[in-house]
Design a protein around this ligand. Sequence first.
Ligand code: 5CA
Ligand code: ZN
Length: 475
Amino acid sequence: MDKIKRERWKRKFGEWFSENIENAGIIDIRYPIKGTYVWLPYGFKLRKHLIDLLRRLHNETGHEETLFPLLIPEQEFMKEAKHVKGFENEVYWVTHGGIEELNVKLAIRPTSETAIYPMFALWIRSHKDMPLKIYQVVNVFRYETKSTKPLIRLREITTFKEAHTAHATKEDAEKQVKEAISIYKKFFDELGIPYIISKRPEWDKFPGAEYTTAFDTIMPDGKSLQIATVHNLAQNFSKTFEIKFEDVNGEQNYAYQTCYGISDRAIASHLALHGDDLGLCLSPEVAPFQIVVVPILYEGKEEAVNAHLKKVLKILENFRIHIDDRNETPGSKFYYWEKKGVPLRIEIGPKDAEANAVTVAIRSNGKKEQVKLEALSLHLKNTILEIKNTLRERAWSFLSEMTSSALSLEEAEKILKRKGGIIKTSWCGKKECAEKIENELNVRLLGINEEERKKGKCIACGEETESVLNIAKAY
Ligand code: 5CA
Ligand code: ZN
């Protein structure tokens, strides 16, 4: 049963996604500006829990939260040549204040390097001022030209967590890249989102970065989605923004920097990867309500049920719950909350009251059982952990199902036709070979898999190499 439901959801993923995020009350897609959407109350709660998790992971590793302005003066924005080039087609500009034309055009941040680094230059004087590790959760704007998609390709990215760091040595910046990767691993593990990590090719790195390491996941339709990036900026920005400091030897040097970010795509992949034919299926980690309580009131038995409900609510104090006491049939309530992906449902009927128990139903596997009140609290705690693990394992096994290897272009093409996903193969590192692979297979080079080395022959030219290349059809 479970298998069949998920097969269908895979085949029609595009439709499934837009229908279900709307039906579940996550966002309203009808706002009259392309690529911008409205967060509805239920979705907003989900988003808040996800941001809380991000904050926790950053705070406990010594990052401090800040908030920089949305607007960036043109001259600052234009300072770092490669950065400007990379973003020139995507920036929205503010040119007027009222009816007056502004002397200095203002860029609406597409990301905040050029807002933050002029301030870093004022704050950093000595090696003792570092490491400096800050982050912010803001909206950023990008005039995306590819077709926009709710939560996936936005023009207003509403949940942009960007971290920016400065260090006294190159080694410290390297270490920071590793810390960022481990923060993101934890974050995605908590959400049960599987990932594959690649070092992006030179031509696909973040504009202005020394190198970019990216997290990608596979959507149910077999296409990859970039869900996080970590950039080592080396001294590229510190030299243009004059972020200078006195090092331990009393000499002036430029700071070494990193930055890393995630977006609404984390929410998109959570919804996409755990959902099924009934609708969303949320992890208790971020679900607006971990448990929905449905009292089942038969005529003449209301009092017994309500008295029992009071006892149950006491036990549920430590969980995020919602009581659905609307005047609707239990069946329609069950359907309503299943669609919204609430992890657990507690039914309280006359029989439960008699047995001093409740009936607990699990959204992710459809199982239902009666649990005595004295065992309830522990049972729920364990079940919540179990659900988190099940979702994570199920999603990881989907990713592994969707990961293949290919020794030739023909073999890769067959796999792409059959199921898509990520293909691991060999590449010599030459640009012309990359172009051949991209053109013949119509894929994106996600980059080099740094956790794996394997002897093989470049699938474009046959040259021997040990690098493992990840490729996929990408969003
Ligand atoms: N300043 C750096 C680090 S914060 C930066 O902007 N990196 S980025 O350009 O790679 O963006 C960070 C992440 O935002 C990407 O990895 C991607 O997952 C996500 N993202 C980028 N563009 C969009 C978009 N249009 N809609 C939704 N998410 C996006
Ligand atoms: Zn080659």
